[in-house]
Design a protein around this ligand. Sequence first.
Ligand code: NI
Ligand code: MN
Length: 229
Amino acid sequence: HMAMLRFLGHSSFYIEGEGLKGLIDPFLEGNPSAAAGPDEFSGINAIFLTHGHGDHMGSTVEIAKKNDAVVYTCNEMAGYLSSKGIKTEGMHIGGRASFPFGRVKLTPAWHGCPIVEGKEVRYGGVACGFVIEVEGRKIYHSGDTGLTVEMSLLEDENIDVALLPIGGYYTMDVEDAARAVKMIKPRVAIPMHYNTFPRIEADPVKFAELVGEMFTEVKILAPGEEYKF
Ligand code: NI
Ligand code: MN
């Protein structure tokens, strides 16, 4: 058995393994790099939501309702989504729990997390990342974040695949993301959150060069591309 990740553009991924058909940050509408629309998925049982910004929240509400999926997110965001009739797991930073497909842990992310509804902006807890376990593999999706010293704690997690932003402006750039890789030491790193908009233009090849070949292989996925491991 293998785990499968499909890059859907920006920070959005489809993740599949035994017991899991999941989406991470399903920004599939209004996303110029989206490799799929929100209606192209069925049987989704999990959505991992790192924070409330529109380019991550995306079609979370619509897909969760249509698929009866559970949204894994921080407690405050989960409270908001529950009020919309959505099933949630409102965990929090550093917390880990077991689910039928595997364990999930929330990791710190240095970023904002508003709840935006029309013109109203409310407190949405904190932004997070995830360590998701499926098929005996460990996937780290950092969410939107700057470089944090806490990332060094992930070395002991033995991460198989790390999904890291490289676009700068709102998150780590290629240089800081390469420093993150050196702290985390994942088997594979996949860059995300770049070239969707002019402000986050970045060169993933430069990222791969900075990472070098010491511990980690960089896999650059085009939107729509899959990686099995
Ligand atoms: Ni953001
Ligand atoms: Mn973002």
